[in-house]
Design a protein. Structure first.
Length: 252
């Protein structure tokens, strides 16, 4: 993507301390955006911010649990006082608890839904007012290919990501008159921390690879470039949809 195409834009990325969130934040920064980074891990978040600053971009860490309304409010107040506005919101924070339904507790279910879905509601409710009124805005929600296809042991995760697609469509219609686009991306298998258990199991890793027609796991850099595109002027006519980036898994 063209360097500098997001110069002057302020972007907030949740779950930015590692994995896809870190790749997204890095890509947005390299495209010229100023970054506000948040996650629950303050130490990793500070390290990510330092890496981004090392190549000359602005990155400010703010540790927070975005499933907690009080902490989201504190984050919003911080962004408002520091910047006064926001242009780009990437809702990436997510967890997965892999259990069969009979083993899944109500606490497990609520934890997954709170992190993967309720957090997006809280973040959008808090930050949409800061994005409005500029004639430009981008909200990108990181869902999953498991919003489209199923796997055993992922009932809570699939439910949360499917719900996120419905939320994305409805919010896109609410904000279209403001020229704020709202889209979701649906990654397939990527070698990130959330998939460590799969990567450490030869049998599971081989199964996942066998389902990907392109014959490889995804590169987090590719996710970052997709988000940069969706935030660019070139994608201004794309809203209310979701883009699968899964190596062809769901084409089967």
């Amino acid at each position: 993507m063209q360097h500098g195409q997001l110069t002057g834009k302020i972007a907030l990325v949740t779950g930015a301390s590692r994995g896809l969130g870190k790749a997204i934040a890095t890509a947005l920064a390299r495209a010229g955006a100023s970054l506000v980074l948040t996650s629950r891990n303050a130490e990793l978040l500070a390290a990510t911010a330092a890496e981004i600053r090392a190549f000359g971009a602005e990155a400010e860490p703010f540790p927070a649990d975005v499933s907690d309304a009080t902490q989201v409010s504190a984050l919003e107040q911080h962004v408002r006082s520091q910047f006064g506005k926001l242009h780009i919101l990437v809702n990436n924070a997510g967890i997965n608890i892999r259990k069969h339904l009979a083993e899944l507790t109500l606490e497990d279910w609520n934890k997954v839904l709170a992190t993967n879905l309720t957090s997006v509601f809280l973040m959008c409710r808090a930050f949409v007012p800061l994005i409005k009124g500029q004639g430009y805005g981008r909200i990108v929600n990181v869902a999953s290919m498991l919003a489209h296809v199923g796997l055993p042991g992922r009932t809570a995760y699939s439910a949360s990501k499917s719900g996120l697609l419905g939320f994305t469509r409805a919010l896109a219609l609410e904000l279209a008159h403001e020229q704020i686009t709202v889209n979701a991306i649906c990654p397939g298998p990527y070698p990130t921390e959330i998939n460590r258990a799969i990567l450490e199991s030869r049998e599971q890793a081989e199964f996942f690879l066998s389902r990907v027609p392109l014959g490889r796991w995804g590169n987090p850099h590719e996710i970052g470039q997709l988000v940069v595109y969706l935030c660019s002027d070139a994608a201004g006519y794309i809203t209310g949809t979701n883009i699968l980036i899964d190596g062809g898994w769901t084409a089967q």
